[in-house]
Design a protein around this ligand. Sequence first.
Ligand code: ADP
Ligand code: MG
Length: 309
Amino acid sequence: MVENRALIAATALVKRFGDFTAVDGIDVRVAAGEAFGFLGPNGAGKSSTMRMIGCVSRPTSGRLSILGLDAARDGPAIRARLGVCPQQDTLDPELTVLENLVVYARYFGIPRRLARERARELLDFVQLGDRSGDKVEPLSGGMKRRLTIARALVNEPDLVLLDEPTTGLDPQARHLVWERLFRLKQRGVTLVLTTHYMDEAEQLCDRLVVMDNGRIVAEGSPRELIARHSTREVVEVRLDLDNSDAPDKLDGIGERVEVLPDRTLVYTEDGDAALAEIAARGLRPSSTLVRRGSLEDVFLHLTGRTLVE
Ligand code: ADP
Ligand code: MG
């Protein structure tokens, strides 16, 4: 059943560049209506995976079916039904905002009148209606990203692929993009996105896989992943240099202690109790912070590294 309704079904999917393996045998299922994420640091293999799903890059091996079609055989038919927002914007700076959508719509054989009508609707949707006659170049990064998202929607796709939709944007611009993507999701559009921002993954994804070095290291909803690999709360302490052996002294506090170059993390169900215990042992951190467990902690726990270096 699930198999039949999967919009994306990848089995043992591999992408090699020469003798370098960028995607190392991943299995992925994405169901209709899901917002699905690939979370991982730079170089994890996210874009390589997205390009195979988008049928612009051939799998080296493995099976990949998109919208029930075979990616290796039915590339053009699949591409016609996808919306794609690549990692780097590929807007035409010579054209106006509106023309960028209209010209792109022509690739899908959408008649010019309909294309213009749809383009105007989409520009309103991404809050660029008042910029439709402007050239692309002076737009801010966030506006260009929203325009690329609008462009990805001109063929009314069932499945939209977004490769790092908000990388490089300031917080306000990111929230605007998130809000638009959330609306798409509410309309029942299936979203597949990549990100190295744990907050983005937590905000947008119903389900995600954590990727590292071309492999999937965990899979689940953000909440499941945090419950499985982190704790309810995390205490971050900065310990003074003369306390450099302090991590040992923290032994037994909380469920687990992780020592990073700049701070030490104590994983615990009760942050305040852990802080009290730290004080009771005579340790005097120069700063302390109690926060909720996050996908960043999940990644750190699974790989020993942080998501954003
Ligand atoms: P991500 O999107 O997660 O940052 P990529 O899929 O872009 O990761 O890249 C994964 C790895 O594959 C990186 O080490 C990258 O340098 C390498 N890679 C990606 N594309 C190519 C290519 N066309 N030729 C050679 N190596 C590549
Ligand atoms: Mg990438």
